[in-house]
Design a protein around this ligand. Sequence first.
Ligand SMILES: Cc1cc2nc3c(=O)[nH]c(=O)nc-3n(C[C@H](O)[C@H](O)[C@H](O)COP(=O)(O)O)c2cc1C
Length: 190
Amino acid sequence: MRIMVITGSPNTEGLTESCATAAKKGIEKGNGEAIMVRLNDLNILKCEACDQGWGICLGGTCKLEDDFEKVHEAMDEADGYVVVTPVYFGDMSESVKTFFDRLRRCEANKSIREKGNKIQNKPFICVAAAGGSGNGTLSCLANMERLFLHLNKMDYTNMPRFDYIGVTQTNKSYMLDSIEASAFNMVKGE
Ligand SMILES: Cc1cc2nc3c(=O)[nH]c(=O)nc-3n(C[C@H](O)[C@H](O)[C@H](O)COP(=O)(O)O)c2cc1C
């Protein structure tokens, strides 16, 4: 099983990175392949909300020329996802938001009109890594859930979620183990 681990922190040695490393460990322990994507290392422009609100993204692609499409395409090849974001203002980080804003446009509409999209029906683990008060961890996870709901035809009943994990300064000593276990179990299909 090939799992894409997507992170969105500017910090290469912070909590987000530790969470991603834990996920990678779990994936590899389960004999899966971990594809690591650091969004902050890529050039991903913000959505321009073309024309009256929709551009060619209605058909599944974006007109902007940057690193978006190569990640978008690679998502098709993946069997599941782990998304790790630092909690910023109770929400996903800007790099995660910017990438998923565009992905949602390209895939959400397609999933409704056609039989499926690149993300639909694949399991995912969402991790919100909060290093401060921990306030906003839940709202961040709720927004991530909403995001994957759009990528799964707004179908809560058949959405193949796997886990939502909130990591804070106080629980990180044991939650990193939980991320590893969660990723392992996802790969094993357990
Ligand atoms: C702009 C900004 C906003 C933040 N907002 C929150 C927040 O709402 N709640 C919280 O618990 N921590 C917040 N933090 C702290 C980060 O979530 C924390 O430092 C996290 O560990 C960052 O991930 P990193 O270690 O990968 O950099 C914020 C940090 C920044 C830079």
